[in-house]
Design a protein around this ligand. Structure first.
Ligand SMILES: CC(C)(COP(=O)(O)OP(=O)(O)OC[C@H]1O[C@@H](n2cnc3c(N)ncnc32)[C@H](O)[C@@H]1OP(=O)(O)O)[C@@H](O)C(=O)NCCC(=O)NCCS
Length: 188
C-alpha cells in the first residue's frame, strides 16, 4: 500500500515546540514580538504536517491569529500542534500556544490558530496525504469544527468578493462621515 493510501492516527504527528523567551525576542515595549511567535507557530505547523504527510509541506493560509495577552521575556512558550483535518493534499494543523511563568507559577493560553499546510512531491506538485485516524472525541470534534470553519470561510470569501465588487467610492462616501479620517479637497 502506498503512503497516500494509508491512514495515520492524530497522535502519530502531535508535536510540541517549547522555547524560552529571551530578551533578544522583545519589542520596544519589553514584550515578545508577535513575529517571533508566528515564526515558531510556522515551524511547529511544518513539523506536525510533514510528519503526518511524510513529505515536504508549505504553509498556505493562517486563520485567527489574535494575541489577546502579551508574552513576557523569561516565560516558557509551548506550541502544541496536531493535525485536525486532512483533505486530499492539504491538512489543517491546530496550534495551541501557552506561556508559563515559572516565577509567578502562572500558565496563560495566549491563542489558538489554524495553519493550512499542503504536501508537495519532489517536483513541487501537491501530493496526496494519508487519511486521519480519529482516536477520541476531541479528535472528532476538531475534525467536524474544521469542516464548519472551511464552510464559513468560503461563505465569507464569497461575500467579501461581492462586497468589493459592489463598493463605489462615489456612492459609499457618506459611510466615512463618522470615521476618523479626513478627505482632501477634491472629494468634498
Ligand atoms: C497552495 C498551493 C500549493 C496551491 O497550489 P494549486 O496548484 O492551486 O493546487 P490545488 O488547487 O490542487 O490546491 C492544493 C490544495 O491546497 C488547498 N488550497 C489552495 N488554496 C488554498 C487557500 N487559499 N486556503 C486553503 N487551502 C487552499 C486546496 O483546497 C487543495 O487542498 P486539497 O487537495 O486538500 O483539496 C500553491 O499556491 C503554492 O505552492 N503556494 C505557495 C505556498 C508557499 O510557498 N508557502 C510558503 C510561504 S511563502
Amino acid at each position: 500500500m502506498s503512503l497516500e493510501d494509508q491512514f495515520r492516527p492524530v497522535s502519530y504527528s502531535e508535536t510540541t515546540l517549547t522555547e524560552l523567551m529571551i530578551p533578544a525576542y522583545a519589542n520596544f515595549g519589553g514584550k515578545i514580538h508577535g513575529g517571533i511567535l508566528l515564526s515558531l507557530m510556522d515551524k511547529v505547523a511544518y513539523a506536525c504536517a510533514s510528519k503526518h504527510a511524510g513529505a515536504y509541506c508549505v504553509t498556505v493560509s493562517v486563520d485567527n491569529v489574535e494575541f489577546l495577552q502579551p508574552v513576557e521575556v523569561g516565560e516558557m512558550v509551548s506550541m502544541k500542534a496536531s493535525v485536525n483535518y486532512v483533505g486530499t493534499t492539504s491538512m489543517v494543523v491546530g496550534i495551541k500556544v501557552i506561556a508559563e511563568n515559572f516565577k509567578q507559577g502562572t500558565v496563560k493560553h495566549t491563542n489558538t490558530s489554524y495553519f493550512t499546510m499542503v504536501a508537495k512531491d519532489d517536483s513541487g506538485i501537491p501530493t496526496k496525504v494519508p487519511g486521519l485516524i480519529l482516536e477520541n472525541r476531541e479528535n472528532i470534534r476538531r475534525f467536524l469544527e474544521t469542516i464548519k470553519r472551511k464552510e464559513l470561510k468560503s461563505t465569507y470569501k464569497y461575500e467579501l468578493d461581492n462586497a468589493r465588487t459592489r463598493l463605489s467610492v462615489d456612492t459609499d462616501l457618506y459611510k466615512l462621515e463618522k470615521e476618523r479620517c479626513k478627505l482632501v479637497a477634491e472629494f468634498n
